[in-house]
Ligand binder design. Structure first.
Ligand code: PEP
Ligand code: MG
Length: 705
């Protein structure tokens, strides 16, 4: 990047500096408009729009032109303006603003290139699969790259909120950003250009010139990712109904319009919670009506007729916006938050509602109000929305005539005022995150007390039952959009409660769909009655574990065909353990592979689990497996394990035990049973000679008893 600025030193001064500059701005604007109109990705569109509005910003343009004096070339004037902004933004504590410097650099270089006939060559031509590692990369250079050849991106100085990192996510390019001390990295290890590097965007790892063992490890991981993607695709196409045809709408929680497309690909039947406050954050002033309109309109168009529930601004209290100047409070969670500040900040409220009403014409919009505590608050909102609707209609602005207006149930008082609130409400949605915090008087972000706000506590289940049955009785649609709605273990309870809709984070939708398809509604209703009779959350959890094991995981016995690998090429202990975890993932028993892998290694690091005779029994207890499991791997080539008899291991029997309560000793009993049999030579020979998984299942069937 320093080279870039070196090139401007000798560029000429023109007497008509200002005219040339103004022409260049106009032609760059025209280019951005044309690029935006052909862009397919909405992130690309948004970023091009952001660049356009910077060129439209009088202060920005004025800053550059004011520097075009004293025979300073346009290029130098622009560089000086760039340094000015760099100084301001670099000093900002706001990470988002810091990242805008690269956008300014991007625009300035494009302008210089228009004026001085492409004097700065920023193009990068890729001719083969490539990973780019650079201090920073401007969005326009990123967009010009051939994405089929771009396999990974390392942005040492940029953060994950930089526009280039956002674009990279949109294009599914594995990216690692914000790496300290990159100056010390020895790139010489890369050697000739045939070397390989691995960019692990999930874990934030850059592996230069990795060993074969690491390459093999990631080969397994890539295979796993493909299997998972395929499985998700299958599940995402399922109808959201139980075995006895009871339907529950499964929808997504999003924070941006950009996520809507992804939500629908994952099988969401709409958006159950659009947290609109994200549009208001990381800025100096509130977004304008037009800015908001464009975002809501885009979300509605992407949802293609499916409902999109936008929650009105939920800010204040612990999430202040600097530009609102809300005074600091003693108890922000009990303070001036969400619906409570709308009357004072009426313009912000009205601007948002008007933007929403205008956007409603483009799809199926529902509006939801956060933090309602009394019926009076809801009446106020309903009345204001009606006035604004009439105002827009009087101006002949087209709006949808039927926009459901809903109440979030987050404050316990609401649960006891449903009948009154229902008079000014079309639907309800339970925000369990806040409802649990206020119900148990335990702050959600305070680790010392947050465990008390346990949504599996019978008192909370009874509260939910009361809310949902009241809504059902009044024939009001009732959904849930707190974290509980996406908790797969709780699903039978949520179905049995009679919720019409569950709104959750996007990645969990496919597996929730799958589990829903295995449930029986009547049985779920019976389960709720049982849960309400419990005294502790542990009892409810046990009830759910048994119910899930019987109803959903019924095929998932301790041993299963999908947990057997008969021809593993693993050539090290690391790879063998990776394959164990991969079997669990492939059979749908876990999504949290790293945690299980770590637990297995924790045991191995204390004492190796090779028990002699060429067999190892790596084992662990974990809460992140759906069901206790035994994974069996027959190795093509024996590997060193650190066994008591020093014999290389040819067969792995791995025990992954579901951690239910501390005293459980299932793994010890299983190890004892296995060891007793493995001491017999006949048994070992039969095991090593098994050719099919059916033979292995038969031989080890005794573990099931
Ligand atoms: C909730 O409180 O459950 C909720 C969905 O809102 P948030 O988590 O955004 O406060
Ligand atoms: Mg909330």
């Amino acid at each position: 990047n320093n080279d870039v600025w070196n090139k401007i030193d000798d560029l000429p001064y023109f007497v008509d500096n200002k005219i040339r500059f103004s022409n260049a701005v106009q032609s760059l604007k025209a280019r951005l408009v044309s690029e935006r109109s052909t862009a397919l990705d909405s992130n690309v569109k948004t970023i091009l729009e952001a660049h356009y509005s910077l060129l439209d910003d009088e202060e920005f343009i004025q800053n550059i032109t004011s520097k075009m004096t004293n025979e300073l070339s346009i290029a130098k004037a622009m560089h000086s303006a760039y340094l000015h902004y760099q100084n301001i933004f670099a000093g900002s504590t706001n990470l988002y603003l810091q990242q805008r410097v690269i956008d300014i650099q991007d625009l300035i270089i494009q302008l210089i290139n228009i004026i001085y006939d492409n004097v700065i060559d920023t193009t990068i031509k890729l001719s083969e699969p490539t990973i780019i590692m650079t201090k920073e990369l401007t969005p326009s250079v990123f967009l010009s790259l051939d994405k089929n050849l771009l396999k990974g991106l390392v942005l040492f100085s940029a953060s994950s909120t930089s526009h280039t990192a956002i674009l990279a996510r949109s294009f599914d390019i594995p990216t690692v950003s914000d790496i300290d001390g990159f100056e010390d990295i020895n790139f010489n290890v890369l050697g000739d250009n045939k070397s390989c590097s691995i960019i692990d965007g999930n874990r934030g790892l850059v592996l230069l010139n990795p060993s074969n063992e690491i390459i093999n490890y990631y080969t397994i991981e890539v295979k796993e990712a493909y299997t998972f993607q395929k499985q998700n695709l299958e599940y995402s196409n399922l109808e959201p109904v139980t075995l006895d045809n009871h339907r529950v709408e499964l929808v997504a929680n999003v924070a941006t319009n950009v996520e809507v497309e992804r939500a629908i690909t994952y099988g969401a039947l709409g958006v159950g919670l659009f947290r609109s406050e994200f549009i208001f954050m990381d800025r100096h002033s509130a977004p304008t009506e037009d800015e908001q309109f464009a975002i809501y309109q885009d979300a509605l168009i992407k949802a293609n007729g499916l409902p999109v529930i936008v929650r009105l601004l939920d800010i204040g209290g612990d999430k202040p916006l600097d530009y609102l100047n809300i005074a600091k409070e003693e108890n922000p969670f009990l303070g001036y938050r969400a619906v409570r500040f709308y009357p004072e900040y009426i313009e912000i409220f009205k601007t948002q509602v008007k933007a929403l009403l205008r956007a409603s014409f483009y799809g199926n919009l529902w509006i939801m109000v956060p933090m309602i505590a009394t019926a009076t608050e809801m009446q106020w909102v309903q009345n204001e929305v009606l006035i604004l609707k009439n105002e827009l209609l009087a101006k002949n602005i087209q709006i949808n005539s039927n926009i459901p207006l809903g109440t979030m149930i987050e404050v316990p008082s609401t649960a006891f005022a449903i009948e009154d609130i229902a008079k000014s409400t079309d639907f309800f949605s339970i925000g369990t995150n806040d409802l649990a915090q206020y119900f148990f008087a335990a702050e959600r972000g305070n680790h010392k007390v947050s465990h008390l706000a346990n949504v599996m506590h019978p008192a909370f289940i009874r509260l939910l039952q009361q809310i949902v049955s009241k809504c059902n009785q009044l024939k009001k649609f009732v959904g849930m959009c707190g974290e509980m709605a996406g908790d797969i273990d709780c699903l039978p309870l949520l179905v049995g409660l009679g919720l019409n809709e569950l709104s959750m984070s996007i990645p969990v939708i496919p597996s929730i769909k799958y589990n829903l398809s295995k449930l029986n509604y009547t049985k779920c209703c019976e389960l709720v009655l049982e849960a309400c009779k419990c005294s502790t959350s542990t009892q409810v959890k046990q009830l759910l574990d048994v119910f899930n094991a019987v109803n959903i995981n019924q095929e998932q016995k301790l041993l299963s065909d999908s947990l057997i690998l008969l021809d593993s090429n693993a050539d090290s202990k690391h790879l063998a353990i990776k394959e164990v975890v991969s079997l669990l993932k492939g059979s749908g028993r876990t999504n949290t592979m790293d945690e299980i892998e770590e637990s297995l290694w924790l045991r191995e690091d204390t004492y190796a689990t090779g028990i002699g005779y060429g067999v190892a029994i790596p084992h662990c207890k974990t809460s992140v497996v759906s069901h206790s499991s035994v994974c069996l791997i027959k190795l093509n080539n024996p590997i060193a394990w650190g066994s008591i008899d020093n014999e290389p291991v040819r067969f792995i029997i791995s025990l992954i035990i579901k951690e239910d309560n501390g005293g459980d000793n299932t793994h010890l009993l299983l190890i004892a049973k296995l060891s007793r049999n493995l001491m017999k030579e006949d048994f070992r020979n039969s095991l090593f000679n098994c050719k099919t998984s059916t033979e292995i299942l038969e031989l080890l069937n005794f573990l099931n008893n």
